[in-house]
Design a protein around this ligand. Structure first.
Ligand code: G3I
Length: 345
């Protein structure tokens, strides 16, 4: 039983893919993707620096293949992401001498980008992460270059452009740590303000980059309830569970050390222990029990990566560790205990 079958009466089950997975001829990768997921997200391939690296150059090779796979699978396809502060080239914000441009220039570049990218996939991409990660943990606006130049209105402008480019696509605001009350309040207050002004915004994406112990289940649940009560659909857009201890300078970790060789910070380099895998399975069971309880509010749950092998968490917050955050292991085999727990939720 694939993941999408386990949750077929609840929500779409998605996966974030990169180029090799989208174009893969590997029969195992193909069958894992097709049998487990009915929604797709592009992990990196539609980000600004990839799709629009220079002012007059767009690169749609990945996007076209991605959309074709989505059509073939009849999957609910996500576009990620139109406006973000990361993975966006400097030229977007600068003039010829490297000074920040004014709001009008920035907005015309934004319009050109969104019209060209979302416009190309009009009717082919079902939902867009229009703006990604624009808030701080305390609920204030992140001091990104977007914000420095245009203030908070850049968020509204992005949604206005996206709606114009593809009036039928769903439009999302997406962020991490939405389980944190202070951050969530900033996001939801602003999303409600947009809606009141007639700007289309359909869902709030809670990314879902979790650890074994944090956030608490109560925090996750309250996030879902509050988004729903504010009048938006809930999407879990980037789910994974980091099983490694987080090295933090503030807690005394030497961030110059070689973490790949560390027993303390890379404890499962030779393979995960049964105890740790059992904890992962339990965490997934607990999280999905919350999602199931609120399945009337949640329309999609997307895993951020196909298997442990390619997860970004092998390189975060430090490079070169061996992490085990996903339901599929490095050989693309399903983790038995995780699947048993999920099937029993
Ligand atoms: O493709 C190049 C490769 O050619 C080069 O040799 C290599 C050297 O570093 O880099 C490769 O690009 C990397 C890319 O991932 C593909 O693996 C980039 O350096 C690296 O920065 C990039 O990281 C991505 C990250 O976003 C960028 O900020 C992660 O894969 C991706 O999972 C992550 O996804 C984000 C979401 O978009 C937004 N929410 C948080 C989430 C996790 O950070």
């Amino acid at each position: 039983q694939g993941l999408k079958d386990i949750f077929k009466d609840s929500y779409h089950i998605g996966v974030a893919l990169n180029r090799w997975q989208v174009t893969s001829d590997d029969p195992k990768a193909k069958s894992v993707i097709e049998n487990n997921f009915n929604s797709l997200s592009p992990e990196n391939g539609l980000k600004w620096e990839r799709v629009h690296p220079d002012p007059d150059r767009f690169n749609f090779e990945f996007g076209d293949e991605y959309v074709a796979l989505g059509e073939k699978m009849r999957a609910f396809t996500i576009g990620h992401c139109l406006v973000w502060h990361q993975q966006v080239p400097d030229w977007v914000f600068e003039d010829e001498v490297g000074d920040l441009v004014g709001k009008d220039v920035l907005y015309s570049r934004m319009e050109n980008h969104i019209q060209t990218v979302a416009g190309r996939y009009k009717g082919k991409i079902n939902g867009w992460d229009v703006v990604n990660e624009a808030f701080n943990e305390d609920g204030s606006f992140r001091e990104s270059k977007w914000f420095q130049i245009a203030g908070k209105d850049f968020i509204k402008e992005a949604f206005r452009n996206a709606q114009k480019a593809d009036p039928d696509a769903e439009l999302y605001y997406n962020d991490y740590n939405v389980w944190r009350a202070s951050k969530r309040k900033g996001i939801l207050d602003f999303a409600k303000e947009m809606k009141a002004e007639g700007i289309k915004i359909d869902a709030i994406g809670m990314q879902g980059h979790y650890q074994l112990e944090s956030p608490t289940l109560e925090e996750i649940e309250q996030g879902i309830i509050d988004i729903h009560e504010a009048g938006f659909k809930v999407m879990i857009t980037e789910l994974d569970v980091d099983v490694l201890p987080r090295p933090r300078r503030a807690e005394g970790a030497d961030l110059n050390m070689n973490f790949a060789n560390s027993d303390e910070y890379n404890p499962y380099k030779e393979g995960i222990t049964p105890e740790a895998e059992a904890k992962l399975a339990q965490r997934y069971e607990d999280i999905f029990a919350i999602y199931e309880k609120h399945k009337d509010k949640i329309t999609r749950v997307t895993f951020w990566g196909l298997s442990d092998r390619n997860s970004w968490l092998n390189n975060f917050p430090v490079r070169g560790r061996t992490n085990y955050p996903l339901p599929f292991d490095r050989n693309l085999d399903p983790k038995k205990e995780v699947f048993e727990k999920l099937a029993g939720v």
